[in-house]
Design a protein around this ligand. Structure first.
Ligand code: ADP
Ligand code: MG
Length: 597
């Protein structure tokens, strides 16, 4: 083929591909524009995960009638004019690409009114072409509506995930900006329902509460800002002003992965493995292995010392002195954690083999064991039950057991009935126990108790198994990878609609991976946006359902005794995890009545 210059619309689609990857990229770019416009109130609305519609409305400076069309030209921006300005960027946008890119691959309607104008303008652009333009009333500010994203890019359309997955990406971007700009009030709604709102009162802690919940919000510690003297001496080393602010978790609060470490450079969310590591490093020896802190870290530094023009999405940056930034972050976080965390006990310091972190883990294990033992040792009449854990919080001190009233007394096994029921007797009469339901209950409570101590047995498959799943299933599983892994499922997205299964909970190690994955995904989908605690239970229920003894299976006397013994120790022995009864009780009085005694 001869070499030729691509037609304008092809070129702009290619360029759009770099900026607009999925609905959340549109949200990100539009929100950045609203922030740059000095807005105090930004409202984001999506439908069908942003695939059908995204609207971002603000109360910012607006665009004057003479400029609404120019705003859509490629490389048109009001934020810089000379190459030199690239060294002084204080706005989130500067490339002048976002509106052009979004408009190239969707239907965009922009309504904007500049503060000094009496009426607004409406401009509609479809696939990069202006299709209508008129005056339109609206309060000062801008509203951009993006519909039918990727209508002309079938390849991209195909890669969009389930609504809930796209929503999750949007949530992530919006909450990031809400944290970076606590003075701006953000509202996010999906399909007509408000799912997130930040107060806009300029208090970062209040935003963190809105994002992570009250418990985390209260636990996080504010990073101590350096005194002037320290700044001066620090600057002598690094030759620059680097200020670190934000919030970090105490050593007692941690997560299973590093995705709860959020970093901003000059108000811009960045993905930076080195700085993430600086935060983790600051907790050296304070956290159990494999656990990571939560952190919201804001770095302020001279724009000239950081290059944000590395990638079209502007999420990667380069520093003129990366080491200085690393040190500043690590030092600020470390100081906060050390000063504000309780000192490790003498005992843990004196034992050379146990860092405070490992001894913490030992302690939790110990407590967990006690709890497990307690399952069977509560005085009769008192009862144990699992309490739902609040979403997403791992607290070693959380008491999982509370008392209630449905315990069963010690029972004597009489025999098996129809290879489905176990007949047993107790002081209060006869019990007919459904062997499958009862076993499900036993496994379920054991699994959640083990989960509490991070001791779930997981069996690695001899060879990782690729499993083909539906897009919905892939979306749901991806959304809960962390919880699934804590329950023994080691799976990872493997491109397209394939998941790679590396390990399964030992309980279901010999079932077909695709069956259990579909079961789990279906159950997760049935409960909409469940809390973390609910997710664990939903998954555990499916595992235990698969693993439990089936009806029709012959049981030996010893097996039945074992089953009844463990059922007696359960917190809620009378129902299976799905809520069906595990047993029918016929009291001595009832029997006597039936026989007319
Ligand atoms: P950039 O943000 O890199 O300048 P965009 O394509 O995102 O490029 O926007 C082009 C221009 O349109 C901006 O520079 C700004 O002047 C104007 N603009 C876009 N969105 C808004 C908004 N919400 N409020 C005011 N002006 C806006
Ligand atoms: Mg922009």
């Amino acid at each position: 083929m001869p070499i030729r210059v691509l037609p304008e619309d092809v070129a702009s689609q290619i360029a759009a591909g770099e900026v607009v990857e999925r609905p959340s990229s549109v949200v990100k770019e539009l929100v950045e524009n609203s922030i740059d416009a000095g807005s105090r109130d930004i409202q984001v609305e999506t439908h069908a995960g942003g695939k059908r519609l995204i609207r971002v409305a603000d109360d910012g400076c607006g665009i004057s009638a003479t400029e609404v069309e120019v705003a859509f030209y490629r490389h048109s921006t009001s934020k810089l004019s000379t190459a030199d300005d690239l060294n002084r960027i204080t706005t989130l946008g500067f490339r002048g690409e976002a509106l052009a890119s979004i408009a190239a691959v969707s239907h965009v309607t922009l309504v904007s009114r500049a503060a000094q104008e009496s009426v607004g303008s409406l401009l509609r652009v479809e696939g990069g072409r202006v299709t209508s333009r008129r005056e339109s009333g609206r309060p000062p500010g801008t509203a951009v509506t993006v519909e039918e994203l990727f209508f002309n890019v079938p390849a991209r359309l195909k890669f969009l995930r389930a609504d809930r997955t796209e929503r999750r990406h949007i949530d992530a971007w919006l909450t990031r900006y809400a944290m970076a700009y606590p003075g701006v009030r953000f509202t996010l709604s999906h399909d007509g329902r408000v799912v997130f709102q930040s107060p806009g009162n300029d208090r970062l802690r209040d935003v963190i509460v809105a994002v992570h919940g009250l418990e985390i919000g209260a636990a996080l510690m504010e990073i101590e800002t350096e005194t002037d003297a320290e700044i001066t001496s620090g600057n002598q080393h690094s030759g620059s002003h680097i200020q670190v602010a934000g919030f970090v978790s105490p050593a007692s609060v941690h997560r299973a992965n590093r995705s709860y470490i959020t970093l901003f450079i000059n108000g811009r969310w960045v993905y930076d493995t080195s700085l993430t590591y600086a935060v983790i490093q600051a907790y050296h020896t304070l956290l159990p292995t494999g656990r990571y802190p939560l952190a919201v870290v804001m770095v302020q530094m001279p724009p000239a010392d950081v290059d944000v023009n590395v990638h079209p999405t502007k999420s990667e940056v380069r520093f003129s002195d990366g080491d200085a930034v690393f040190r500043a972050v690590q030092k600020a976080v470390r100081r906060t954690v050390i000063q504000r965390s309780p000192a490790p006990s003498v005992h843990s310091l004196s034992s050379t083999w146990a860092s405070p972190a490992t001894s913490w883990r030992e302690e939790t294990r110990e407590r967990g064991r006690e709890r497990l033992a307690a399952l069977g040792q509560q005085p009769s009449g008192e009862q144990l039950r699992f309490e739902p854990r609040p979403s997403g919080i791992t607290s070693p001190d959380r008491d999982i057991l509370t008392s209630s009233e449905e315990r069963i007394p010690p029972l004597r096994v009489v025999g098996q009935l129809g290879t489905t029921y176990v007949v047993a007797e107790g002081p209060a009469g006869m019990y007919l126990i459904d062997q499958h339901a009862a076993h499900e209950r036993v496994l379920f409570e054991r699994m959640l108790a083990e989960r509490e101590q991070a001791q779930i047995a997981s069996q690695v498959l001899l060879e990782p198994r690729p499993v083909d799943v539906t897009p919905e299933t892939a979306g749901v599983l991806e959304e809960h990878l962390e919880t699934l892994s804590s329950l023994g499922f080691h799976i990872e997205p493997f491109g397209g609609m394939t998941m790679l299964v590396r390990a399964l909970p030992a309980l279901v190690a010999d079932t077909e991976p695709n069956q259990i994955l579909e079961d789990v995904a279906a159950a997760l989908q049935a409960g909409d946006t469940p809390l973390a605690s609910r997710v664990e239970e939903i998954v555990a229920r499916q595992v235990c359902k698969r693993a439990a003894i089936k009806a029709g299976q012959v049981m030996t006397h010893a097996e039945m005794e074992e089953l009844v013994r463990t059922l007696e120790q359960c917190a809620s022995p009378r129902t299976c995890p799905h809520g069906r009864p595990t047993m029918i009780h016929l009291s001595v009085a009832q029997l006597a009545r039936e026989f007319g005694r």
